[in-house]
Write a protein that binds this ligand. Structure first.
Ligand code: FAD
Length: 535
């Protein structure tokens, strides 16, 4: 049965992840009539909180905050809509062996002290390294708020490109050297220029491999490192924090902001295709058969999924469609939540009483070789015998997540093949449970009470991330952050403005809230007319 909504929206948004919600909030505030259509029962996409065991709830996928743009927090008044972000007491903790660990606090002097235990020279180099990264991060902070110029896009794009060139003209040669290094080198090569200690290099290199499914020796990982450093929490650059109530609290606050501006949000509303009228896009069609009329459609799902499953094949040139389908996806990550009867008792920092390191991002990956080996193993075997694990225990910062005295931990594992070597498959539950056991054993190597303290667990393989959130190949970024898929080439060259065909003024705002993913406006024409898919 086909039903058509009687009213026409200005914009229908596919997906109710936090980026689509942000887009909806801005559009509604600009006076447009918008509707958000989310396939799942709940909004938020990968930024969602859930009860995964009786009495225990946690962020299901995305788990820590720094890249949520402060401009978005301000513009959408997320504080007024219930968002509260608390900072970790210390940044990170790297257990090394039974006796040694690196606890990285905040503040230059304290970080130098921590690093000096491993290398006095590295501690001395830290201020210059920080300054260099901060300089590059400043450029990036500015760039993520600009729509990249569209190659082949005519005069308007040239002007945009010129504006960008003006911004970059102020950089001196040293800055250009730094930026070139960061955009072309591997994290390992970049860090070799600065530091000598294995643990110090590994500590910084970890940011370069998160979600990259790449060795720290792979060119381009230096950029991923920078990408994970340019955020901030509560006005403090480089700090990571926790959204009270879990990441779902961010999505809820954005949704509340959007709704207060008049946006409609529907769940259990899977979009199956575009509504086409005489070759023009005129809305979307839901799985139920219902048709939603809209002057423009914006997508909050990954571009590869959009062109693979929503945009009719005939509505776009085959070469362009093929390009979208070739976007590289697969960040090689595996995600678990565990309910804990007590805090981990690390051999190198004993005690189950809450200490600073329990509130840190706890990373198992003590050398560049370890990070590299994990990647090489995963390419061959599907996962590493010694996986790279990051653990956060958000209940140390937020008592709404677990019963008193008990805890929840997020485990985020790098270098897990998006597809296992055939005939093995993630669809086989035994595979993911086997790997989940290995992850728990890995933490237990450093904190012997860990395994016995696990009361319940939630396990998400790359396939689960795809099935549950629509992340193709489990890609946490909606497409790898490789050099060929960044800025003007993201999602594909010629469509960096996140539109399939760029019309005049009244089109949806570019909705990047975190630069990890980006919505894609697939049709629009000023003056309220219908638009044609093109390319
Ligand atoms: C395991 C994991 C860990 C991460 N960790 C962090 C982190 O700690 N910090 C951080 O900043 N970022 C993290 N990220 C990245 C961050 O979560 C993503 O960048 C962000 O969620 C992307 O948001 P989005 O709104 O663009 O899309 P998504 O969150 O992917 O949302 C897309 C939405 O579209 C819906 N949808 C899909 N198809 C349809 C359809 N046909 N019709 C209707 N709806 C549809 C989906 O159900 C989903 O709700 C992580 C991601 C993952 C997966």
């Amino acid at each position: 049965m086909t039903a058509t909504t009687t009213s026409t929206y200005d914009v229908a948004l596919i997906g109710g992840g936090h980026n689509a919600l942000t887009c909806a909030a801005y559009l509604a505030r600009a006076g447009l009539r918008v509707i958000v259509l989310e396939a799942n029962d709940v909004i938020g996409g990968a930024a969602v909180t859930e009860t995964f065991a009786p009495g225990f709830r946690n962020s299901v996928a995305s788990y820590t905050v720094s890249l949520l743009n402060p401009k978005v927090i301000r513009d959408l008044e997320l504080g007024r809509h219930g968002l509260r972000i608390v900072e970790r007491p210390v940044a990170n903790f790297w257990p090394i062996d039974a006796a040694r660990g690196l606890l990285m606090p905040y503040g230059l002097a304290k970080r130098q002290q921590a690093i000096a235990q491993f290398s006095a020279r590295d501690a001395e180099r830290l201020p210059a390294y920080d300054a260099a990264l901060e300089k590059a991060a400043d450029v990036l902070r500015d760039l993520v708020l600009r729509t990249p110029p569209n190659v082949g896009g005519g005069i308007a794009e040239l002007v945009k490109g010129a504006g960008l060139a003006r911004r970059l003209r102020g950089l001196d040669v040293e800055s250009w050297r730094l930026i070139t290094d960061l955009f072309t080198k591997s994290a390992a090569d970049f860090l070799d220029q600065w530091f000598e200690s294995e643990i110090v290099k590994a500590a910084f290199a970890f940011d370069g491999i998160v979600g990259a499914y790449a060795s720290p020796h792979t060119p381009g990982t230096a950029y991923v490192l920078l990408h994970h450093c340019f955020g901030e929490v509560n006005g403090k650059p480089g700090v990571w924090g926790h959204a009270v109530g879990g990441m779902g609290a961010i999505s809820d606050a954005i949704a509340a902001s959007a709704q207060s501006a008049g946006a409609e949000i529907r769940t259990q509303a899977r979009v199956t295709t575009l509504r086409m009228t005489s070759g023009w896009v005129s809305g979307v069609v839901l799985e139920s058969g219902e048709e939603i009329r809209a002057r423009a459609v914006a997508s909050g799902i990954g571009p590869k999924l959009l062109f693979r499953s929503i945009v009719p094949e005939t509505a776009i040139k085959p070469e362009l469609r093929a390009r979208f389908l070739r976007i590289k996806t697969g960040s090689g990550t595996f995600r678990m939540n565990v309910a804990l009867s007590e805090l981990p008792d690390f051999t190198c920092r004993p005690g189950t009483n809450q200490q600073d390191h329990h509130g840190a991002g706890i990373v198992i990956g003590p050398t560049i070789d370890y990070l590299d080996r994990a990647y090489l193993d995963a390419r061959q075997e599907g996962w590493s015998r010694e996986p790279v694990v990051e653990m956060l225990i958000p209940s140390t910062l937020d008592d709404s997540l677990a019963p008193p005295g008990q805890h929840v931990a997020s485990l985020f594992v790098q270098h897990v093949a998006p597809q296992l070597p055939t005939p093995r498959t993630w669809a086989n539950a035994c595979e993911k449970e086997r790997f989940a056991d290995l992850v728990i054993d890995t933490v237990t190597t450093h904190a012997p009470n860990f395994k016995a303290s696990v009361i319940a667990r939630q396990v998400l393989s790359p396939l689960d991330l795809e099935t549950r959130f629509g992340l193709v190949d489990g890609d946490i970024f909606h497409g790898q952050l490789s050099l060929d898929q960044l800025f003007a080439t993201r999602p594909v060259l010629g469509h960096a403005a996140a539109r399939a065909r760029i019309p005049a003024a009244a089109s949806p705002a570019h909705p990047a809230t975190t630069p990890r993913a980006r919505s894609f406006a697939i049709s629009n024409r000023s003056g309220g007319g219908r638009s044609r898919m093109g390319g």
